[in-house]
Design a protein around this ligand. Structure first.
Ligand code: FPP
Length: 225
């Protein structure tokens, strides 16, 4: 959800105001995804590297996250949205995680839209965590190294049951993956828009979907099968 800082700077406002506007966009886009029949939406809300930002900005982001979860919980119930989180979530402030975990638990039976927040998340860190768990199984004699394959590694990712994303939308013109879902993005279609995240609208989302629809996904094969 790139571009909050630039959106604020362009208006001579502090970065926090940009993040607040970004949180409004989250609300609009979740609503639009629900209406448009999207089954899974994963938002990169706080990266492993974002932890290095100034304490004040992190504090603001955590406040916005908490506010979002509290305010949106009723509409998640109403719209049958399942909330999940991936990342080293246990490193977030306890006040935030307590409420987050409660809403995750309360919405776990819904399946209209799975809204996954990537928090304290890094793709490399996810792979490290998966490797550690696999290594423990080998050490305990419950797994032979020869049994390690793609399916087994996938089972040790943070949310193994989530499908690989069809489409990655990157706002503010950035052309990088930035440590996001490194395993899962292998054959994901990339879409880069110059729009800053606070300005990203339902129409922009539709434009991305139309662009995606025109693509031929071959997954490395010659023809689409
Ligand atoms: C990147 O923009 C954005 C973030 C680091 C935070 C995203 C958080 C929110 C949109 C709000 C809270 C989250 C939820 C789920 C309600 P940037 O700060 O790097 O912007 P810049 O590239 O223009 O500096």
């Amino acid at each position: 959800m790139d571009g909050n800082g630039r959106w604020a700077a362009a208006r001579g406002l502090p970065r926090g105001v940009g993040h607040r506007a970004g949180a409004q966009t989250v609300r609009r886009i979740v609503e639009a995804c629900c209406e448009l029949g999207v089954r899974a939406l994963t938002l990169y809300a706080f990266s492993w590297e974002n932890r290095e930002r100034p304490a004040e900005e992190i504090h603001e982001l955590m406040g916005l996250l908490d506010e979002f979860i509290r305010r949106e919980a009723p509409s998640m119930h109403e719209n049958h949205v399942r909330l999940r989180a991936i990342g080293r979530v246990e490193l977030l402030p306890q006040e935030v995680t307590a409420h987050l975990r409660r809403v995750i638990q309360e919405t776990s039976g819904y399946d209209r839209l799975t809204l996954t927040l990537a928090l304290s998340y890094g793709g490399r860190q996810e792979l490290v965590d998966a490797m550690r768990r696999v290594a423990r199984l080998v050490r305990e004699g419950r797994l032979q190294p020869e049994e390690i394959d793609e399916a087994l590694i996938r089972r040790h990712l943070y949310a193994p049951d989530l499908p690989d994303p069809d489409l990655l939308i990157r706002t503010s013109g950035e052309q990088r993956i930035s440590n996001f879902l490194l395993w899962q993005l292998s054959y994901t279609e990339l879409y880069v828009t110059p729009k800053l995240w606070p300005d990203f609208s339902r129409e922009d989302l539709l434009e991305a979907f139309v662009d995606y629809e025109r693509r031929e996904r071959r997954f490395g094969r010659l023809v689409c099968q």
